[in-house]
Design a protein around this ligand. Structure first.
Ligand code: AHG
Ligand code: MN
Ligand code: MN
Ligand code: MN
Length: 329
């Protein structure tokens, strides 16, 4: 790991994006602008989240989304914030969101990118003031510029992502992303209203002390998962589970560890959604030196067929994921 103190201090996200644009020669700066727009929406949601207890945005909306889940007010609020910001920004021609049945055409027919997202991850933690997040995944469209986006734009597969990341609204708000050249993390400075580069090159430890899963589902887990978890306990590893994927993932990225959302008897594909939860986090973990598997192969090799399809997720330190897979043999 490198000495972060040796890094230049005071690099804003905007400046970092510009620098990388020059380094990797993104042709036109449109992806850079899109990343800045996502960060802007993230700041707005950060503000909403931080005063949620004072305004009327906690609690349930009293309606269900396409997932069959009760929508929380902040799910709906965050969804609107991101859609509006990306629509005004102009670079995304369409958005796929956890909270919407179908893709949203932004009307930016000249936009070259599409964004799949989980606007607010960890909804069950909103009302109890526990960390929540946002996850995003970006593709370059395959449909013709000048017309509407198509389903195919979103079903290119995880390896076609050009950028992905997440925002964690935690004890600090952080934005962590990759464009396929490593992973960088930025911490939000409230009083200045800027994200600053705080973690220039994030890599996950090869192994680590943490396993994260919902042990309430123990009796529904496949035998190989239970065998693996028993091993973790025999080795006196720590169990840590926030219940917000972004928060659990972020912790394990830094401490080393493994996050599991296994298939269950009732849900053969688990709970997490491939396009806007598993694909982006899998892309990012591979860029950080980690692994993401479904139990039947790498997450990124899974062929997507449906916008809201689910898939099992085993993600984190490479040695731990490898050990889990050895139990499937
Ligand atoms: P979301 O809030 O975006 O619907 O995602 C919820 C997900 C994820 O954040 C979390 O890891 C998982 O649901 C928790 O599920 P369990 O309650 O089954 O543990
Ligand atoms: Mn949800
Ligand atoms: Mn989620
Ligand atoms: Mn969500």
């Amino acid at each position: 790991t490198e000495n972060t103190l040796a890094q230049p201090v005071g690099t804003t996200l905007d400046r970092y994006i510009m620098r990388k644009q020059a380094e990797f020669g993104f042709a036109t700066g449109e992806l850079s602008q899109l990343l800045r727009d996502l960060a802007l929406a993230g700041k707005i949601v950060h503000r909403d989240v931080n005063r949620a207890g004072l305004s009327s945005i906690i609690g349930s909306m009293g309606q269900h989304n396409v997932q069959g889940e009760q929508q929380q007010r902040l799910d709906v609020e965050a969804n609107i914030r991101f859609i509006r910001t990306l629509t005004n920004g102009g670079e995304a021609c369409a958005i796929l969101s956890e909270e919407e049945d179908d893709l949203i055409q932004t009307g930016n027919v000249q936009g070259k990118y599409v964004v799949a997202m989980d606007p607010l991850d960890g909804s069950s933690n909103i009302d109890v003031n526990v960390s929540i997040g946002t996850i995003f995944s970006i593709y370059r469209r395959v449909s013709a510029v000048g017309g509407p986006a198509t389903r195919a734009d979103f079903l290119q597969g995880g390896r076609a992502q050009v950028a992905a990341g997440y925002i964690l609204y935690g004890s600090s708000t952080m934005l962590v992303y990759t464009t396929g050249h490593g992973v960088a993390g930025f911490t939000y400075e409230n009083s200045l209203g800027e994200f600053f580069l705080s973690h220039p090159r994030i890599t996950i430890p090869a192994t680590g002390p943490v396993f994260s899963c919902n042990e309430g589902h123990w009796f529904d887990y496949p035998q190989y998962v239970r065998d693996f978890l028993l091993q973790c306990k025999q080795q006196r590893m720590s169990g840590r589970y926030v219940g917000s994927l972004v928060a659990d993932y972020h912790r394990n990225l830094f401490t080393g560890g493994i996050y599991l959302y296994p298939p269950t008897a009732k849900n053969a594909a688990g709970k997490l959604r491939l396009l806007y939860e598993n694909f982006p986090l899998a892309f990012l973990i591979e860029q950080a030196g980690g692994r993401a598997e479904t139990g039947e192969g790498p997450v990124l090799d899974l062929e997507p067929v449906d916008f809201h399809q689910r898939s099992p997720l085993f993600i984190g330190s490479p040695e731990l994921v490898a050990r889990l897979l050895s139990e499937t043999a």
